[in-house]
Design a protein around this ligand. Structure first.
Ligand code: GLY
Length: 340
């Protein structure tokens, strides 16, 4: 199915197993991975991104506006209405082409339209390729918080076309690198020495293994949220110019500072976190004027916080969820995150 330069990782979920194709030009494999024999393909994307689906298939493009404000139920409603007007049925397919925002919104709309129609992702950002497009979590934000409404809805295939990264803005690279730094601590070895395509494959392979073992986040999958508790709090606090991956980088260092205070890791391991973040040219300290007390309050509002504040922390057994109740300790670790 694929050319020699395209590598395939399988997300093994029984009869919902799907391939993730990684490499330059992977988007041209779209016709080969379309599930079933669709009459219509709805391409969901943002202005400026083009794909050709397949000859003989009726194709129409539906765009979502740029920016987090469009990661909303209104975007989902608008898509579903437009699909209904176009006559999309359950036998048809959605192809979401873009970064994490497009795959999250397009995937969620696909999960609820006619109670679920197939979706394929063509992921065009580093963050999308190594994280957002793989794993089946879809969703949108509410005014009350990020990703509060969503569904687990696995795609039928994911195409990670590394050629699309050629024109990716620097800021978007930073965003992807924040998640890549995370994978270093989740057990992906020698990530830095790999070529870009192999870096994407290595991250996708780890995520695929975790999702195959724990699709609904009952256990191991929570480790993928490493660095995300502070990251989500910074994103919800809202007044900072931070992209998701940049916030995750800060969150990784903070998680290490918390783990050190709990005696789970030593200073050397904290330094490794700071070095990894710096290696990817990311900032590992808090933005100026953060309200520490507000951030700690937000930790317990994280939707992953089922009971009190559950952090994902490094330790002797690797990265694992840990309940932290000591507010003073959390505050002290935040102090270590202020720019010197
Ligand atoms: N969509 C991202 C994930 O499932 O983790």
């Amino acid at each position: 199915m694929s050319s020699a330069s395209i590598q395939t990782v399988e997300v093994d979920l029984g009869d919902r197993t799907y391939p993730v194709l990684v490499g330059r030009g992977a988007r041209h494999e779209l016709a080969a991975v379309l599930p079933g024999n669709p009459r219509k393909v709805a391409v969901v994307t943002q202005p400026g991104i083009e794909v050709d689906v397949a000859s003989g298939v009726e194709q129409q493009t539906f765009t979502i506006g740029q920016g987090e404000a469009n990661k909303s139920l209104s975007s989902v409603e608008a898509l579903c209405s437009a699909w209904a007007q176009w006559g999309m049925t359950r036998a048809d397919v959605v192809v979401a082409v873009g970064g994490g925002m497009v795959t999250d919104v397009g995937g969620f709309a696909a999960s609820v339209y006619h109670r679920g129609i197939p979706v394929v992702y063509v992921s065009t950002t580093l963050l999308g390729q190594i994280d957002a497009a793989v794993g089946g979590k879809t969703g949108v934000n509410l005014a009350e918080g990020k990703n509060l409404v969503g569904a687990f809805w696995q795609p039928s295939a994911v195409l990670c076309d590394t050629e699309t990264l050629d024109t990716m803005p620097q800021r978007e690279w930073q965003c992807g690198y924040g998640e890549m730094a995370k994978y270093e601590f989740l057990g992906v070895e020698s990530l830095r020495s790999l070529a870009l395509e192999d870096q994407v494959v290595a991250c996708v392979q780890l995520k695929a293994d975790v999702v195959a073992e724990d699709e609904r986040e009952g256990g191991r999958r929570a480790t993928l949220n490493y660095g995300h508790t502070l990251a989500h709090a910074l994103e919800i606090a809202g007044s900072f110019d931070l992209r998701h991956g940049e916030a995750v980088a800060i969150g990784l260092v903070y998680a290490a500072e918390v783990a050190k205070r709990l005696g789970r890791i030593d200073e050397q391991r904290v330094a490794e976190h700071r070095e990894a973040v710096a290696h990817y040219d990311l900032v590992g300290h808090l933005p100026a004027n953060t309200n520490h007390s507000q951030l700690i309050d937000l930790f317990s509002k994280d939707k992953k916080a089922v009971d009190g504040v559950t952090f994902v922390l490094d330790g002797p057994n690797g990265v694992e969820p840990v309940r932290v109740e000591d507010r003073e300790l959390l505050a002290d670790a935040l102090k270590a995150m202020v720019q010197p």
